[in-house]
Design a binder for this molecule. Structure first.
Ligand code: ARG
Length: 246
């Protein structure tokens, strides 16, 4: 007898087919994270991830659709199918990698410190902040939170929904230091000269990667192939320089 393939095998559409047929690449991110994703005054989303996403959608022959999502719900949003991938400066961590797959890293960053100027000279690294006399702040659910728990466990911690609320605590004098991804901190310090001291020696190792749902090696293969191509042909460098070089 002939063995028939299950009809499910035919009915199941791969993600790449779904993207092609819908004509849309839906990318999740959480705007406000400079220089990866920001909301411009005209309401448009701009930044490194946005440009890479647009460029990739063009290569796929589809439209880039931005899906701005609160950070603490971004993995559930991916898992429930509201976007095809997360292009949001997400650090590849073992905990996250238990829930999602990551494409190869597209940039490597680390945590750095925006310090209250009154502590300049007194605090020169994360080690000096590890005392209950200091209050440190960051964004909820980020690797900044993880870094504080691991490296600055004795300090008081306040967590905020957005990075801008968190960093304002330091400029307002309510907190001593803001712990966050170095690229954000470098830009914030440059834009707020004299208000904060940037301790720009990164103290964590954090590869950032685009996240997809588990069980789809084809889409992952596409992403890695695309990254390899743009890293080799100058596209990646051009977009990188646009957002990271001033
Ligand atoms: N890299 C950090 C993390 O993965 C922060 C990323 C925040 N990204 C954003 N789009 N707001 O936790």
């Amino acid at each position: 007898a002939v063995t028939l393939l299950s009809s499910a095998a035919f009915a199941q559409q791969t993600l790449l087919q779904e993207i092609t047929e819908s004509g849309e690449l839906r990318a999740c991110f959480d705007a406000g994270y400079m220089p990866f994703e920001m909301k411009a005054k005209n309401g448009q989303f701009i930044g490194f991830d946005i440009d890479l996403g647009k460029q990739m959608a063009r290569a796929m022959g589809v439209k880039y659709v931005p899906v701005n999502t609160a950070w603490d719900g971004i993995i559930p949003t991916l898992l429930t199918g509201k976007c095809h991938l997360i292009m949001g400066g997400m650090t590849i961590t073992p905990q996250r990698n238990m829930q999602v797959n990551f494409a190869d890293p597209y940039v490597v960053i680390g945590q750095s410190i925006l310090l209250s100027p009154k502590l300049e000279g007194k605090v020169t690294s994360y080690r000096d902040l590890n005392s209950d006399q200091y209050t440190v702040v960051t964004k909820l659910g980020t690797t900044g939170e993880g870094a504080i728990k691991r490296y600055i466990p004795k300090a008081k911690v306040n967590l905020f929904e957005t990075q801008s609320e968190a960093v304002l605590e330091v400029t307002n004098g309510k907190a001593d230091a803001f712990i966050y991804d170095l690229p954000f901190n470098a830009i914030y310090a440059a834009e707020n000269q004299g208000q904060l001291t940037h301790l720009d020696q990164p103290f964590t190792f954090e590869p950032l990667g685009w996240a997809v749902r588990q069980g789809d090696p084809d889409f992952l293969n596409f992403l890695n192939g695309y990254l390899r191509q743009i890293k080799g042909d100058g596209t990646y460098d051009r977009i990188y320089d646009k957002w990271f070089k001033d």
